[in-house]
Design a protein around this ligand. Sequence first.
Ligand SMILES: Nc1nc2c(c(=O)[nH]1)N[C@H]1C(S)=C(S)[C@@H](COP(=O)(O)O)O[C@H]1N2
Ligand SMILES: [Mo]
Length: 317
Amino acid sequence: MLFKFLISSDVKSSEITPERIYHNRREFIQAGVGFGAVAALGFNIPQAGAETTALKNIIRDGIYDTEEKMTSLRVVSSYNNFYEFGTEKDDPFRNAHSLRPRPWTVKVDGHVENPGNYDLDDLISPHALQERIYRMRCVEAWSMVIPWVGIPLAEIINKLGPTSKAKYIRFETLYDKKQMPGQYRRVIPWPYVEGLRMDEAMNPLTLMAVGLYGETLPNQNGAPLRLVVPWKYGFKGIKSIVRISFVERMPRNSWKIIAPREYGFYANVNPDVDHLRWTQASERRIGEFRRRKTLMFNGYAEEVAHLYSGMNLKKNF
Ligand SMILES: Nc1nc2c(c(=O)[nH]1)N[C@H]1C(S)=C(S)[C@@H](COP(=O)(O)O)O[C@H]1N2
Ligand SMILES: [Mo]
């Protein structure tokens, strides 16, 4: 495994020494050699890890923005959960090179006016990605701040046209053991499934991400498209999506299927509701020593608290 890793492609090595290789890739991109949709745009590629002027200029939408220090690309792309590549935090980084994120087709079905099999570029046009970088906090037992590239999921939903019967949206990850060797073990009933209530999906904070740090998504982060729901715990952020279904009933999401007493459907970041086995009142921000207090809805209460008014969040965890 280690050997494989050492001899793998240029894309892979960019995750080992991001700063230097990034620089090289940037020149590549400027020379017109694209690395997928984002790069092909000739994006203003920021240097990895640094809070560059370029990046500051790209971030436009105030509600997404945070002044907080971003987590380095090296960490963001080497400390992941992605069980399709193994259950250890460094497995995705070591193993995800077998995923082929292009070409990529997404099946859209259910209660929707425009069902079909969409090529990724038709679902999210490279054009729509121009200058769409959103800095957001993400929380799990650990937390990070990541500058995502993507578009609000609402834009995609509006294009697909769900009917009034669509109350929830359901996502499925690729199921292909050859590309995702972790699927030879049934740690999860594959494929990985996640879902959102339609109003959660339509909230402008909910992103369909295709990149981070101005680059296309590294495989281990869920290439070529993954969900980002910044007021929810990490597992809602389903990776490498191949199917989007508009459904009437609440989807059965993978973690809830495996451990229903520990993981619910909503999974809102909530310091008042502990996980069965650990506190959720505080979190460890990667790169920091001292744990910090976790904020309600991960600090996005103003934008999303109204979605849950009148709901018992201890029951609907
Ligand atoms: N398909 C799939 N998506 C997934 C997972 C997974 O195992 N498979 N893990 C989830 C969990 S538990 C977390 S914490 C986040 C991690 O995302 P990151 O790599 O961006 O940190 O991905 C989520 N999405
Ligand atoms: Mo997670």
